[in-house]
Design a protein around this ligand. Structure first.
Ligand SMILES: *Cc1c(COP(=O)(O)O)cnc(C)c1O
Length: 394
């Protein structure tokens, strides 16, 4: 049984598929028809793994956090994706997709970005490969995330402002799709999470699955077994969680836990906790859970962490929620900030505020002291320094 893998039609249970304008069909179909053959080829795997090792810095450590473990009464390991080049897991995917683009004969890359993190990870690999890079970003987001805009420019990317609608992520997505429709032959569109039309969610999950592949091997060396009792990760679109869960999805002894951003609280309308307040609908080309009004308008999300500030989740996670395979927790801004500062003081690691949402789940669980927990520390907190300072309670 592979109940949690994507099926032929691109679905995970009731979620997924490719809900795209007809004009986009040839581009998406080209990808769908070729992605598995290309990324499983020996040649591709060799190049991908070589770059992960020599450029990204993989394998990332699986670190036993002893002071954090004492505090929560379980054996807690941190998977250190924060040590990846560019400071988070996102680069695992952009390396994979740019290699795929090369194999497909494309020499131009487009992407859309909300907070700029995926834009930076994309601009980085475009510089690495000498490819032309255009990143669409909402005008409002460009003003809010100036340092990332400048990073992308330093890396040689062109950042184009999306000036329609609310001038945020969904408008940037629309612009990127339009660009792709008009430039199907020479351009690849790099999506940054396990979202978008099939085959993107599966393709991105496969690139990020290196995380769980390493966890299995590293845990065996440290604990004498391949599987933890618990696996915990934060979910924005869901790519770091998908990568950490991937090789454990069918192993139901491993309890999967996802942390979503509750923002000011799920009862307020300033939240991004999709599984708590979202409903089934179509977002970014796939059927999934998303936050929407009664008449289907997408609700603007809120989270203190830019990376979790997304109105939906990927279709795999919608299925993990729907089927009960994973448990979901909603973590408020305040809870995340407290957990971020706690890790800093206990372990000397300042986490990204996204990852701090996963850390905040620890205090809500009942552990047996023999329980082994692996927490995917998706990114480092350097980019969030200003938010930590503004919050001020440390
Ligand atoms: C972007 C980001 C996330 C959220 O994206 P996912 O696709 O859900 O992983 C989480 N953590 C960090 C550090 C990020 O940069």
């Amino acid at each position: 049984m592979s109940g949690f893998s994507v099926n032929e039609a691109g679905y995970y249970g009731n979620f997924g598929g490719a809900y795209i304008p007809e004009m986009l069909y040839p581009n998406v179909e080209e990808l769908r028809a070729s992605y598995i053959k290309i990324i499983t080829s020996e040649d591709f795997q060799h190049e991908f793994n070589h770059l992960l090792e020599t450029y990204v810095g993989r394998p990332t450590p699986l670190y036993f956090a002893s002071r954090l473990s004492s505090k929560y009464g379980a054996k807690i390991y941190l998977k250190r994706e924060d040590l990846c080049h560019t400071g988070a897991h996102k680069v695992n995917n952009t390396i994979g997709q740019i290699l795929l683009a090369k194999k497909l004969g494309k020499d131009k890359i487009i992407a859309e970005t909300g907070a700029g993190q995926h834009g930076v990870a994309t601009a980085t690999v475009c510089a690495l490969m000498g490819m032309e890079c255009t990143v669409y970003m909402g005008e409002v987001d460009m003003a809010r995330q100036k340092p990332n805009v400048e990073r992308m420019k330093i890396l040689g990317a062109e950042v184009k402002a999306a000036t329609s609608g609310s001038k945020t992520l969904k408008d940037a997505t629309n612009e990127a799709m339009r660009h792709w429709i008009n430039n199907p032959d020479d351009t690849h569109y790099i999506i940054g999470s396990v979202v978008g039309p099939h085959p993107y969610p599966d393709m991105v999950a496969r690139f990020q699955s290196v995380i769980s592949e390493e966890i299995k091997r590293q845990l065996y060396d440290l604990e004498g077994k391949h599987s933890p009792d618990y696996l915990l990760a934060c979910v924005g679109g869901g790519s770091n969680a998908a990568g950490a869960f991937y090789h454990f999805l069918e192993d139901t002894k491993v309890k999967l836990i996802a942390a979503e951003a509750a923002g000011h609280g799920i009862e307020t309308n300033k939240s991004a906790a999709t599984t708590f307040i979202g409903k089934s609908g179509v977002l970014h080309g796939s059927k999934t859970l998303l936050m929407q009004t009664g008449d289907g308008q997408v609700v603007e999300p809120h989270s203190i962490s830019a990376g979790l500030d997304y109105p939906g989740i990927g279709p795999l996670h919608a299925h993990l929620f729907d089927s009960g395979r994973a448990s979901f927790y909603a973590i408020t801004d305040e809870e995340a900030m407290i957990a971020g500062v706690e890790l800093s003081k206990l372990e000397g690691i300042i986490p990204a505020i996204e990852s701090a949402h996963a850390l905040a789940v620890l205090g809500k669980m009942d552990f047996d002291e023999r329980d082994v927990m692996v927490l995917n520390l998706s990114g480092r907190g350097d980019k969030d320094l200003e938010t930590y300072i503004k919050w001020g309670k440390y």
